[in-house]
Design a protein around this ligand. Structure first.
Ligand code: PSU
Ligand code: MN
Length: 301
């Protein structure tokens, strides 16, 4: 029994040549950014990875197959579609079995990357524990996936719309190494510093790759979260963002937004409330994460 994987031409060649490959998710394209910035960003990020000496593999589910690497037409179609399903661990098998098309979250992308033998994955921010989770129980499946699937995920920390202290507590409970890159504090997605001390710190891609390998040697399941701060020239200070996040959260609760819709709703409202500044920062941080992920993938060859 094998998983229904479909490799793009570029990824087939990369696998044959033993080149380093970096996985990319597709929910950030379909649910995280508006068109056309979503497809423009996807293409720029893929090129950043190539320029850094690795090969990008954007993951999505199309017509019942796990696509590892999308060609430009597939990327464009996905980015323009308005009714694409957001698929996480719980939805993946059903979507494949019933021939659906859908975008993969961090959790689902980790599963697909691991099936394809890809050990490193770059994104913007992972899902985590939502504010008010003590009432809603809304905790992203991304956390559980990091605890079980051996993929190193490079992100700018958990998204600042979440309850960051609770998110990092649960990551610790589930045994997920959280490694801040180049600083002693955890970043907060759009801003460099959350004020929270980082559990672990690395200053080179080689250290992160060595730790990834050592987890394998110890037989530990699960991956690592690399928390890579947004470049200083692109950050939005937390105090500027906070009122917009509060406003978006208030509207979400007033409108009864729940489950899968919460993250996309908050991201798009913050985009509107910041006149697009949140998107500019989001693009800069994803590109920064892609470069670091490429460097880690090269160390893992
Ligand atoms: N990072 C971004 N934008 C996004 C996401 C991450 O910069 O849209 C997506 C990822 O796919 C992540 C998902 O896995 O949001 C989390 O959704 P939820 O909280 O419903 O698990
Ligand atoms: Mn959720």
């Amino acid at each position: 029994m094998t998983a229904p994987l479909k490799f793009s031409t570029e990824i087939q060649a990369a696998r044959a040549a033993g080149q380093p490959i970096v996985a990319l998710e597709s929910t950030i394209i379909t649910h995280g950014m508006p068109y056309p910035q979503n497809v423009e960003t996807a293409k720029v990020v893929e090129q950043d990875i190539r320029d850094a000496g690795a090969v990008p593999a954007t993951v999505a589910i199309m017509a019942g197959a796990i696509h590892i690497g999308l060609n430009p037409d597939e990327l464009e179609t996905l980015a323009q579609a308005s009714d694409v399903a957001k698929l996480s661990r719980a939805d993946l098998a059903f979507a494949l079995a019933t021939g659906q098309t859908g975008a993969t979250t961090v959790a689902a992308t980790m599963i697909c990357a691991n099936l394809a033998g890809i050990q490193v994955f770059a994104t913007g921010g992972i899902g985590g524990v939502h504010r008010g989770a003590e009432h809603s129980f809304d905790i992203s499946a991304d956390i559980e996936e990091l605890a079980q699937t051996p993929v190193t995920v490079v992100a700018a920390g958990a998204k600042a719309i979440l309850d960051l202290p609770k998110t990092y507590e649960v990551l610790e409970t589930r045994g997920v190494p959280v490694i801040a890159f180049g600083q002693d504090t955890l970043p907060a997605f759009w801003s460099r510093d959350s004020g929270m001390p980082a559990p672990l710190r690395a200053d080179t891609a080689a250290e992160i790759a060595a730790s990834h390998k050592m987890r394998g040697q110890l037989g530990l399941p699960g991956g690592q979260l690399v928390a890579n701060p947004i470049p200083a020239n692109a950050e939005i200070l937390a105090e500027i963002l906070q009122p917009h996040i509060d406003q978006a959260l208030l509207e979400a609760s007033q409108q009864g937004i729940s489950a899968k819709l919460v993250t996309p709703f908050l991201l798009s409202r913050i985009f509107e409330l910041t006149d697009g500044a949140s998107l500019t920062a989001n693009i800069a941080l994803v590109r920064n994460n892609a470069k670091l992920a490429a460097a880690i993938a090269k160390e893992l060859i």
